[in-house]
Write a protein that binds this ligand. Structure first.
Ligand SMILES: Cc1cc2nc3c(=O)[nH]c(=O)nc-3n(C[C@H](O)[C@H](O)[C@H](O)COP(=O)(O)OP(=O)(O)OC[C@H]3O[C@@H](n4cnc5c(N)ncnc54)[C@H](O)[C@@H]3O)c2cc1C
Length: 430
């Protein structure tokens, strides 16, 4: 058994672990399972093209965190204006859908507008009620329900509403303007965004990693966490390591499963927390027909993917003339989508894109790749809040800190993760 004393162990080297170490300084050690840090913010190279794990861009209403990101990226960043669309009845409706009703045909436009203006309010018991109340039947049934059902793999009726502040509510004047063709933008938070010039989104965690002054130990899979004589012992295959504090940035249910002494009711609550996994299909495509759009949202049930990002938007292209196209598919281990072979999934994506006209010929797809991401989305089912409360109460009691998307079990982006890391570092005295 090896014993080494460091003040703070940070389990996991995603953007949460890296940014926390950035704020803490020397007194910490990151223990990262993988051979590389970055977690969900990682990028992958293939055939001269760089692919992210689903469409990641830098944006935030948190000015301080956004400035930190941009300062760390230095000159390796470009500024962009959003160009996203929803694919609806064979046409690109500018995103967000409710801000561009004039792009619909007249019948659809009338029904969306009429039901937005004549919208009897329901008692708000779940996410479905929330959508009907804020958007009206037309927009909800045409776009919001089918799209959200694809991404969450749950009926909106079974989902809570304690996350919907992420979804911008359209001002009525904007919906009216959009219906008569006066341009409005909607969701201003991500209208202007940034993206690294080279290295993909991973340039961001890489920049944080370069700023870390503590130790980073990679290929360290944490398998056991326990308290002994007032110190924390964190164990992996290479031995036991001792710390004054532990911060976990890894998924909460896994943490509880490797934590000595967690009471049964806490373990049960942790096991009941739900997440969705993601299949990320990465294609190198010559001349995709995306009409200059970056992200395209697909509510159609018959298409496997719910969103596709086209990196020719940033001018990315390899020597063979292919640019990265990244399709996101929600799935869960063991379900009918996850159980398909990689080839079946890739073929289904290519066929879907070809059928909808985004790819002209199969031969335009020059390179393919797929990644399976186990923890991608926190699912806000109706029991999440109560289960999370039980787990948090116990971890607070024993003084085990958490930071990050799955460690806090919140649907947060990298900016909110970094904010949480900054707050925690301050709480720890840094
Ligand atoms: C499809 C998609 C699109 C997104 N788009 C955006 C976007 O546009 N902008 C944005 O800001 N954010 C976006 N996000 C969110 C962003 O990716 C996350 O908020 C952020 O990456 C979470 O970081 P984290 O460090 O909390 O978790 P993770 O990235 O999951 O990191 C956890 C780390 O812990 C490690 N680990 C796990 N188990 C162990 C163990 N046993 N021992 C040691 N280490 C372990 C993992 O290897 C990983 O490195 C998106 C997310 C998804 C899924």
């Amino acid at each position: 058994m090896t014993t080494e004393s460091k003040s703070i162990a940070i389990i996991g080297g995603g953007i949460a672990g890296l940014s926390l170490a950035h704020f803490i300084g020397e007194d910490c050690e990151i223990l990262e399972k993988s051979t590389q840090c970055g977690g969900l913010c990682r990028s992958f190279e293939k055939d001269g093209l760089t692919y992210d794990l689903g469409g990641h861009v830098v944006f935030s209403s948190d000015k301080e965190i956004l400035k930190l990101d941009l300062d760390l990226l230095k000159d390796n960043v470009g500024s962009h204006v959003r160009k996203n669309a929803v694919w609806y009845k064979g046409r690109l409706v500018k995103y967000p859908f409710e801000n561009n009703l004039a792009d619909l045909d007249k019948e659809d436009l009338f029904d969306c507008l009429w039901s937005f203006l004549n919208n009897p309010q329901r008692p708000q018991r779940n996410f479905e009620d929330w959508m009907y109340n804020h958007f009206g039947r037309g927009i909800t049934e045409r776009y919001l329900i089918p799209y959200n059902q694809k991404i969450w793999k749950l009926t909106p009726r079974s989902m809570a509403t304690d996350w919907v502040n992420r979804i911008p509510k359209p001002p009525p004047a904007d919906v009216l303007k959009s219906a008569v063709g006066i341009p409005t933008e909607g969701n201003l938070e991500q209208l202007n965004f940034y993206y690294p010039t080279s290295g993909g989104f991973q340039a961001l965690p890489d920049a944080f990693e370069r700023s870390v002054r503590g130790k980073i130990t990679k290929s360290f899979n944490v398998q056991r966490v326990r308290k002994r004589n007032g110190k924390w012992i964190v164990s992996g295959h290479s031995g036991d390591y001792e710390y004054d504090h532990v911060v976990s940035t890894i998924p909460l249910p896994y943490l509880i499963s490797v934590l000595d002494g967690a009471p049964e009711h806490v373990a049960t609550a942790a096991r009941a927390l739900k997440h969705n996994s993601l299949l990320v299909v990465m294609l190198g495509v010559r001349n995709p027909n995306n009409s200059g759009q970056f992200g395209v949202y697909f509510p159609q049930e018959h298409l496997l993917f719910h969103r596709v990002c086209f990196y020719n938007f940033f001018g990315h292209q390899n020597e063979a003339g292919a640019s990265p196209v990244v399709a996101e598919i929600t799935a869960n281990e063991g379900d009918s989508t996850w159980s398909k072979t990689d080839t079946q999934i890739i073929d289904s994506v290519i066929q879907g894109l070809k059928q909808e006209g985004f790819i002209t010929n199969r031969s335009d797809v020059l390179t393919t790749e797929i990644r399976r991401v186990k923890h991608a989305y926190v699912v806000y089912d109706l029991a999440r809040s109560q289960n999370l409360h039980i787990v948090n109460e116990y971890l607070d009691l024993i003084g085990l800190y958490r930071c990050g998307r799955f460690a806090e079990f919140r649907y947060i982006n990298s900016d909110a993760v970094i904010r949480s890391a900054k707050n925690l570092a301050a709480k720890l005295g840094y």
